[in-house]
Ligand binder design. Structure first.
Ligand code: ZN
Length: 616
């Protein structure tokens, strides 16, 4: 054991380290007046920031729980480092050589630091092995999923060779003891000593938010391997599966900047998303997304997460639906809005990128639906909405979901959404939601109709073209979608893009519109079928109907002209609505006021735009 670190060195390292950098790696900090920063306290659970950092003073303090101290106490308390380890970690960070009281500059030997070092050495070893002849199967595995050598290097993917002691021997040569490798979860204990935990597998290093390797996820490659398909590092002092998020080190900056995070299901999905440009993607490691993950993410997103977004991608199968419902229960712990994105034909991001390219992965995220709507659809699924009994049953199944929404603005909004979904009166839905909120049992019957769940449920009731309400608005939306889906590649791109960017009234047609608007490339053969594939359920079959129904026209040219005309009508409809709003607003302000002049100017602009589009 080395002696104590010289006090002069302790002070020097501290003075050369900006405490805001160290804390900022774990907690999103923002300016809070001159010389102060604040964020969500990592030491207690809170929704509004009371954790203050003063870089000049090298000090932090939480007004909520009272935790305070300097950069060393931060690392000791948050990462459970010893004092010596904290100083050593920061010294290593700035390349400073420490001196100890016994005179020599001693190598670091303390516990956690050694575990980090062992994991780093193992990651380096696995990475090197990916180039070996034996790793051909691993390179093929990656190649078949669209990952070349550059991609593998970017994510530090490696290969753990077959055999019992390859990594063990390599790391022993580097000076790591069997005890250290055991504590790091890199080797397992057998009857005749320790042996490599990961053998014959492709290996992903799992890093913490600061980029230090905590452990590994590893996938089976060989037919004769009787082990599990995926094998992870066991729980160690560094690796806690309830807290680790794969990709967080790479995604952290973008998550903090955009207050958006995309939660996918596997390592290859994270890779595919990042390579496709969705650089906020992360995944849990061998466990479901849970409360501890939310705590970690909230710290990275900061308190601005109120305006933030969390997008979950789930398989649309029964397991995925279950995962969504569980995530929904936890999602209330986020300040952020939560969404669900389901891939076309249930493709996960990795397969989607392979089949349809990077644009399709980005488009998948853009077709997200609010998680509440996803959950409502799950609840409603299986009820026959064509019958009164079906609608009432669906209402009773779905009302508790809306009742749970605490946001006073969101709840009435979702009462309307639910009413539209069910084709019921808003007042009736509101009453049922209020009853559910009070925890009352529904009146009338003695027992709830059990909400159908899982794959055994009756097939979902589909919205069909024939079942759409017969109003002018809906007809315009229906026909223009039909026109764009069938002739979109020939409509002038500016016109098409503008028309498809305007929200629709009917929820099912709106779901189709969102997917059409997100289509990455209209010139590509088969773009429309792909767009239909991205429409969220249960509206995909409606989109297919729109794509395949007869669009009334004698020739293609006539069809293109009339589809274009429908696009113009969509734009005009919005302009007319805006105009009606402005005409209402102008009544409420004095004619010669600044505001009144502004409105009149805006009205003139609208008229001009209207003219240009109507004349086109
Ligand atoms: Zn606190």
């Amino acid at each position: 054991m080395p002696g104590r670190i010289l006090q002069a060195d302790v002070d020097e390292v501290k003075s050369r380290t900006n405490i805001a950098d160290i804390i900022g790696e774990r907690v999103a900090l923002k300016s809070a007046g001159v010389g102060a920063l604040k964020g969500l306290c990592p030491f207690h659970d809170e929704r509004s920031p009371s954790f203050n950092v003063r870089p000049q003073a090298g000090f932090y303090h939480c007004f909520g729980c009272g935790e305070s101290g300097d950069v060393y106490s931060f690392l000791r308390n948050l990462d459970h480092l010893s004092f010596t380890e904290a100083v050593e970690r920061l010294a290593a960070r700035i390349g400073y050589t420490l001196h100890y009281e016994d005179g020599a500059a001693a190598p670091e030997t303390s516990g956690r630091t050694r575990l980090y070092a062992a994991n780093a050495a193992a990651a380096e070893y696995f990475r090197g092995q990916l180039a070996s002849g034996e790793a051909d199967i691993a390179r093929r595995f990656l190649g078949e999923r669209g990952f070349d050598a550059g991609a593998a290097a970017h994510f530090g993917v490696g290969y753990a060779p077959k055999g019992w002691s390859n990594m063990l021997d390599a790391l022993t040569k580097q000076g790591f003891s069997a005890d250290e490798l055991t504590s790091a979860g890199l080797v397992s204990q057998g009857q005749r000593g320790v042996y490599d935990r990961f053998r014959g597998r492709v290996v992903w290093p799992i890093r913490d938010v600061t980029g230090q390797v905590l452990g590994f996820g590893a996938r089976r490659l060989f037919e004769d391997d009787n082990g599990p398909k995926y094998l992870n590092t066991p729980e160690t002092t560094l690796y806690k599966k309830a807290q680790v998020l794969y990709g967080l080190d790479l995604a952290k900056r973008e998550i903090a900047r955009g207050h958006r995070v995309v939660v996918v299901e596997g390592y290859t999905d994270v890779m595919a998303c990042h390579l496709a440009g969705v650089t906020t993607a992360i995944a849990t490691c061998g466990t479901a997304f849970g409360a501890d993950h939310i705590t970690v993410l909230r710290r990275v997103m900061g308190d601005d997460s109120a305006g933030g977004e969390v997008v979950f991608t789930f398989d649309p199968d029964a397991a995925g639906q279950k995962a969504a419902l569980r995530a929904f229960a936890d999602a209330k712990r986020f300040n952020a809005q939560t969404y669900v994105a389901v891939g076309p034909e249930g493709l996960d991001p990795c397969d989607l990128r392979l089949a349809r390219g990077d644009g399709a992965v980005r488009a998948l995220i853009d077709t997200k639906a609010p998680m509440v709507e996803f959950v409502l659809d799950q609840r409603i699924q299986g009820f026959d909405l064509a019958t009164v009994e079906g609608r009432v049953g669906a209402l009773r199944a779905a009302a508790p979901v809306v009742a749970e929404l605490r946001d006073p603005l969101l709840q009435p909004e979702y009462v309307r959404v639910l009413a539209r979904r069910l084709g019921m009166d808003t007042e009736d839905v509101r009453r049922e939601v209020e009853r559910a909120a009070r925890g009352e049992r529904p009146s009338g019957r003695t027992a709830d109709p059990a909400p159908p769940q899982g794959t055994d449920a009756a097939p979902a009731v589909r919205v069909t073209l024939a079942s759409l309400p017969r109003t002018a608005d809906v007809a315009l939306e229906r026909d223009s979608l039909m026109g764009v889906l069938q002739f979109g590649h020939r409509i002038e791109p500016g016109l098409r893009a503008r028309a498809m960017s305007l929200p629709f009234v009917h929820p099912a047609l709106e779901a189709v519109r969102v997917s059409v608007a997100a289509a990455p490339d209209f010139d590509r053969l088969g773009w429309a079928a792909e767009a239909v594939g991205t429409v969220r359920e249960p509206f995909r079959s409606l989109a297919a109907e729109l794509l395949t129904s007869d669009f009334p026209a004698q020739t293609d040219d006539v069809a293109v002209a009339s589809a274009s005309a429908l696009c113009r009508r969509l734009i005009l409809r919005t302009l007319d609505r805006d105009k009606a709003e402005l005409l209402g607003a102008i009544q409420r302000v004095p004619a010669d006021s600044e505001e009144g002049r502004g409105i009149r100017l805006r009205l003139r602009e609208l008229d001009l735009q209207r003219q240009t589009i109507a004349d086109a």
